[in-house]
Design a protein around this ligand. Structure first.
Ligand SMILES: Cc1cc2nc3c(=O)[nH]c(=O)nc-3n(C[C@H](O)[C@H](O)[C@H](O)COP(=O)(O)OP(=O)(O)OC[C@H]3O[C@@H](n4cnc5c(N)ncnc54)[C@H](O)[C@@H]3O)c2cc1C
Ligand SMILES: *[C@@H]1O[C@H](CO)[C@@H](O)[C@H](O)[C@H]1NC(C)=O
Ligand SMILES: *[C@@H]1O[C@H](CO)[C@@H](O)[C@H](O)[C@H]1NC(C)=O
Ligand SMILES: *[C@@H]1O[C@H](CO)[C@@H](O)[C@H](O)[C@H]1NC(C)=O
Ligand SMILES: *[C@@H]1O[C@H](CO)[C@@H](O)[C@H](O)[C@H]1NC(C)=O
Ligand SMILES: *[C@@H]1O[C@H](CO)[C@@H](O)[C@H](O)[C@H]1NC(C)=O
Length: 536
């Protein structure tokens, strides 16, 4: 293919060309490339690999950080008996649903290919506590499971019959799960089953898409979750794949490169970076997190269309903060369970789930324990000092284990996802009242600017495999578009038509209508006064 010759007349006509010319006059010349991939996490690296696999080698991968992997990120932590640090995962940690030979989770395939060490993580291996110590409320876990099964069937009917969605709170209540505000054991059980996975409360989550997402990952790929504990870090599946198509010091990879603004048009895309340089491309793939988009950390010229901006604001960016502690000894019953659920007497979500790493297959003999907080508690701990957080956690642990002398940790650390300028949160979630069309607007391209990542996955949002699937699909889309420009497209459609899997742009919905026609705003429905005609 001769993509450079093919794309140059396109990109240098029209309005973007003017900017490029101006930039040239003013100094820096934009590097020209066929495809600019913005962000080197799972989605960006997979998109680049998809291009490389199709012999499209003229691309540039721009990454804010000094490393690839994005939200798959590890850190050295504490010390093993020989004085070497352990490695723990601040971001993605599990391979969620391994799949079978026919429907394998592609992340599991990568884990095997790169020989990532991982161990089954047994969510049923859990002991229950409250402020008085060990209290067996495991029966409440079973109660939740029964209601959750009923809820799952109901959500399936809502989806199939195109009925109105509701919050997961409502869906669970209709299925018989109605925890009282003062039933703190039930609150803890619910947190463990809902918030811990989605990093969002049942009140803010879509019932239909929450249940469907769990079905799609865990019914399709199986319920097994494997925890990755590898000294090279989980991100080595991403860097390992990058090594298959990038040369050492490949000039097509630009680390430490922060994208600040993106000019886009029908003709091409010009990307400006914080170091004052620019890249002009026939196509760009933005893989920034939803948090980066919502925080306007990158600006767009012209501003993104209404339908795209609305989609960006519609979805939620959750925060999931793991707090790691190494103790001088293992004072918790590490032989008896992997998880320890704590019901605070006053506050739902207050250091609810502790997880032991001191086990064969994890970090045996390490005396490492971690606890996870989400939402408001994650925002709070990310704003306060480590010593304040440590003091709160030590008070909880001393309640949970009143018969033990609980020592202070010798190492303590946690990430601050809400404050990372390249992430602004952990992963996305669908609020109640979102629709598939709204989500399609998040996925859809704006001219030559395409979007991919965890959040653009309708079926696997929030998961690493979601980012992989989306990176691959956008890459395939761009490959088809480039082939079309060369007149090699096999599946072209009529002009003006759009279609998935075709050599075309993605569908988007310019207007999304509500469900209540104007005529229904009447006395019959209790709407006697016209709210929009009253003068303030
Ligand atoms: C705490 C936590 C726990 C998780 N646990 C799991 C789990 O157990 N299992 C699971 O399957 N998934 C888990 N996930 C989700 C998983 O990590 C993500 O779905 C996935 O890594 C997202 O990949 P991505 O490529 O879409 O985005 P990212 O990984 O965010 O990649 C985007 C890239 O863009 C870069 N970037 C951002 N802004 C700019 C800019 N202005 N200029 C240039 N580059 C920029 C970023 O640095 C980043 O490298 C977890 C995530 C978090 C945070
Ligand atoms: C690219 O090709 C390699 C080798 O066939 C394969 O292992 C990999 O999964 C492909 N990647 C993508 C994203 O299609
Ligand atoms: C895979 O990893 C394990 C443990 O991490 C190691 O013992 C083994 O030798 C590795 N195998 C290969 C093929 O790299
Ligand atoms: C979830 O899976 C169950 C079991 O297969 C099914 O009955 C239900 O309809 C599914 N719900 C949704 C929303 O897909
Ligand atoms: C904690 O458990 C103890 C023992 O079962 C019980 O007496 C107490 O009421 C529980 N605390 C709360 C807040 O429910
Ligand atoms: C309310 O009044 C405005 C202005 O007169 C009108 O356009 C609108 O249709 C009315 N709405 C309803 C619900 O009747």
């Amino acid at each position: 293919m001769h993509l450079a010759t093919l794309f140059s007349p396109l990109v240098f006509s029209g309005s973007v060309a003017g900017h490029v010319a101006q930039a040239r006059l003013q100094g820096p010349t934009c590097t020209r490339t066929t495809v600019a991939i913005l962000g080197g996490g799972m989605a960006g690296v997979t998109a680049a690999q998809t291009l490389a696999n199709a012999s499209i080698t003229d691309f540039l991968l721009l990454e804010y950080q000094d490393r690839l992997g994005g939200r798959v990120m590890h850190t050295d932590f504490g010390q093993d008996p020989s004085g070497e640090p352990y490695v723990v995962e601040f971001g993605a940690n599990w391979i969620q649903g391994l799949g079978s030979e026919t429907t394998e989770n592609p992340v599991w395939a990568l884990a095997k290919k790169h020989n990532i060490s991982n161990t089954v993580s047994d969510y049923d291996s859990i002991l229950t506590y409250n402020e008085t110590g060990y209290v067996d409320y495991s029966a409440v876990l079973d109660e939740y499971a029964v209601a959750r099964h009923r809820a799952s069937l109901h959500a399936g009917e809502i989806l199939t019959d195109n009925l109105q969605d509701m919050t997961a709170r409502s869906g669970l209540a209709l299925a018989g799960w109605r925890p009282r505000r003062n039933d703190m054991a039930a609150q803890a059980v619910e947190w463990w089953n809902w918030d811990w996975e989605g990093a969002s409360a049942p009140e803010t989550s879509s019932f239909v898409f929450g249940v469907a997402a769990e079905n799609l990952t865990f019914n399709q790929f199986g319920s097994q979750n494997n925890l990755v504990v590898d000294p090279r870090g989980y991100s080595s599946i991403i860097t390992g794949e990058a090594d298959t198509f990038l040369m050492p010091n490949d000039p097509r990879l630009r680390l430490n490169t922060q994208v600040t603004s993106i000019e886009h048009s029908e003709h091409g895309v010009v990307i400006h970076t914080a170091d004052g340089s620019c890249v002009s491309a026939a196509y760009a793939i933005a893989t920034f997190s939803l948090g980066v988009l919502q925080n306007h950390a990158v600006s767009f010229d012209p501003a993104l269309p209404d339908w795209k901006r609305t989609a960006i604001e519609k979805f939620n960016m959750g925060t999931y903060t793991k707090i790691f502690m190494q103790f001088p000894e293992t004072f918790w019953p590490a032989e008896e369970a992997e998880y320890f659920l704590y019901a605070s007497p006053t506050t739902r979500g207050w250091y609810p789930v502790f997880q032991s790493m001191d086990k064969e297959g994890f970090l045996p003999g390490s005396h490492v324990l971690f606890v996870t907080v989400v939402e408001s508690h994650a925002y709070r701990v990310e704003l306060q000092s480590e010593s304040q957080t440590q003091a709160e956690i030590m008070a909880v642990l001393r309640e949970m284990f009143p018969d033990r002398t609980v020592p202070d940790p010798v190492a303590f650390t946690y990430p601050r996802w809400t404050q990372e300028p390249w992430a602004y949160g952990s992963y996305s979630n669908w609020p109640a009242g979102t629709t598939l069309e709204m989500h399609q607007n998040l996925r859809a391209n704006v001219g030559r600017l395409w979007f991919a990542g965890e959040a653009t996955s309708a079926q696997y949002f929030g998961f690493l495999h979601g980012a992989l699937f989306e990176g691959r699909e956008v890459g395939e889309n761009i490959v088809r578009l480039l082939k079309k420009e060369e007149g090699e497209c096999a599946r072209d459609t009529q002009d003006g038509e759009e279609g998935e899997g075709e050599c075309r742009a993605r569908t988007h919905y310019s207007v999304l209508h509500g469900t209540t026609p104007l005529g229904a705003y009447s006395g019959t429905n209790g709407w006697g006064v016209n709210s929009t005609s009253i003068q303030a």
